[in-house]
Structure formats: structure tokens, C-alpha cells
Ligand binder design. Structure first.
Ligand SMILES: [Zn+2]
Length: 294
């Protein structure tokens, strides 16, 4: 530096663009005062950062201390149970169906189209005789309750037009005395234990309601694999019938698989059972299993 230079403030206070009042005269050999070096800026930055981190640490320590001294109240129990992100599931396409009335008909009254008869539920009275009409079908004359006989005619006609050929009635209504003969015949052939698995004791037979019918056979389980057996299992609900003793439900109904035995329960109930996928009356009406006689 030269003595001849006018006094100037420390370089660090030198404005970037000196005002006209301050004349900076440069002489040979002189250099522009060095620009403030970045190191200083960095150091200021570092000081700021350190101060900031220190402050944050102090604040964090304060928060931790606060949490220890004053822990937040636990959430209410219902919030714990539901969880913060659970919302009730809704299906926008869901259309609530009309609730099925399970009380619409009696399951105890022998005259009811919904009457449930099994090894725990005999007909009342045991010698009950329903209103009957002739089942006028090709090759067979028997009797059933009028609504069941009419539905059976419709179902047989539908089978003939959709599949071809004709179904045949093997056994419709059987009276109490008929059942005495049938049951005793099975007992003499198979013994009582085996007879009870496939034939009802008198007073416990669905055939006595006038609502049941054996179609095409009364003994051949292979019927379930025939075109007729498959069609009936699939579509009989449309006419108000159910396969009353489905496969795998012997512990519920008390009878092994009888693909030929159809029970008229009316279209409403048959449709509801079909839609719900419930195959036995015992399960549909929440009744106890009836595997054996009490
Ligand atoms: Zn039967």
C-alpha cells in the first residue's frame, strides 16, 4: 500500500460499487483489495449452522423432557379398536335385497309347506293325512298335495322341452300305513340300523307330508350323475323343489345322499336356499342336526 492512497475504510466495508465521492486511485504495483474470501462466508455459515443445530437440539431436548414430564393422553378405546386408517367398507354397487321372512310359514305345522320333518321332528299327529290330488303323469298315478303336484307337472314338462325324454315318478305321497310296510321291508332286508339310514320310520317320513317325491329311482345314487339327475339338481329350485338329502349331509339330515328324493318347499324358499347356497332345511332354519332317532 502506498501512503498516497487516500484513507479508505477497511476493505471489507468497501461498497461493491464505490460512490462517486470515493475515488479509488490505483497506482502501479497496487492491487485491488482482495474480495472477501469465501472462507469467511463459510465460517459465518458454519457458525449459523452450529447455532441452528444447537438451538434445534435445545428445542428437541425440551420436547423430550416435556413428553417425559407431560406424556400425551392415550387415545380413546374406540380409536384404538378401529385404528387410524380403517374406514367402513362400502360397495357402491350393493343393492340391499328384500329381507327374506323366515317366519312366513310354520316349520312345525304338518300342513305347512315349510314343515321340517326329520328323525327329531315327527309329523304331528303321526298319522297325519294331507289334502291330496292325483299326480297325473305319464305312466304313473299317485297322489301329492295339489301345489306340489302342479309344480311337479311344470318341472317334468320343462325337462322334456329342455333336455328331452320324460322323467318318471317312482314314489310320491305315502300314508302312515304305507310307510309301515316300506320301513318294515327295509328292516327285514338290511336290519334296523341300516334301514334307518335310508328309510324313515312311520310318522317320520317326508313322503307322508304329500310334498315329497322320488323321481326315476329310489335306490340308485348314480342317478345324480345322469343328465336327468344333474338337470334336476340344478334347476328344480325354479319349480319350488330341493334335493332334500344332499351329498355329504348325512350328519345333518339323517339320510345319505338321495339324488332322487325331491321336496316341494315353494319357489320362495327354494330360491332363497339356492341363492344363499344353503342345501338343507335344518341349516336354513338353524335347527339341530338329526343324524339318528333320539
Ligand atoms: Zn323319498
Amino acid at each position: 500500500m502506498s501512503d498516497r492512497l487516500p484513507p479508505i475504510p477497511e476493505y471489507q466495508f468497501l461498497p461493491e460499487h464505490p460512490s462517486p465521492g470515493i475515488q479509488v486511485e490505483l497506482l502501479p504495483g497496487d492491487e485491488l483489495p482482495p474480495r472477501p474470501r469465501p472462507r469467511r462466508r463459510l465460517s459465518r455459515l458454519a457458525i449459523g449452522l452450529i447455532a441452528g443445530i444447537g438451538g434445534a437440539a435445545v428445542i428437541a431436548a425440551g420436547v423430550v423432557a416435556g413428553l417425559i414430564l407431560f406424556p400425551p393422553a392415550p387415545p380413546p378405546e374406540e380409536q384404538l379398536a378401529l385404528g387410524p386408517f380403517e374406514v367402513p367398507e362400502t360397495n357402491p354397487s350393493f343393492q340391499p335385497r328384500e329381507l327374506f321372512d323366515r317366519q312366513a310359514h310354520s316349520i312345525d305345522d304338518a300342513k305347512s309347506v315349510w314343515v321340517v320333518v326329520n328323525k327329531h321332528r315327527p309329523l304331528d299327529p303321526k298319522e297325519y293325512v294331507p289334502e291330496l290330488t292325483a299326480v297325473s303323469l305319464p305312466g304313473y298315478q299317485g297322489q301329492m298335495r295339489p301345489e306340489a303336484a302342479e309344480a311337479l307337472r311344470e318341472m317334468f314338462a320343462a325337462f322334456s322341452s329342455e333336455v328331452g325324454g320324460q322323467l318318471s315318478v317312482v314314489s310320491p305321497y305315502r300314508s302312515y300305513l304305507d310307510q309301515v310296510g316300506v320301513y318294515n321291508g327295509w328292516v327285514s332286508r338290511l336290519g334296523q340300523a341300516q334301514a334307518d339310514r335310508q328309510s324313515a320310520r312311520p310318522g317320520f317320513s317326508e313322503h307322508q307330508t304329500g310334498l315329497s317325491v322320488d323321481i326315476n329311482t329310489a335306490t340308485d345314487q348314480g342317478f345324480g350323475d345322469t343328465a336327468a339327475g344333474r338337470w334336476l339338481a340344478r334347476y328344480s329350485w325354479r319349480y319350488g323343489f330341493i334335493v332334500r338329502y344332499p351329498e355329504g349331509k348325512e350328519s345333518v339330515t339323517g339320510y345319505f345322499y338321495e339324488p332322487w328324493h325331491f321336496r316341494y318347499v315353494g319357489v320362495d324358499l327354494a330360491t332363497e336356499m339356492h341363492d344363499q347356497g344353503i342345501t338343507t332345511l335344518e341349516e336354513f332354519f338353524d335347527l339341530e342336526d338329526a343324524p339318528t332317532y333320539p
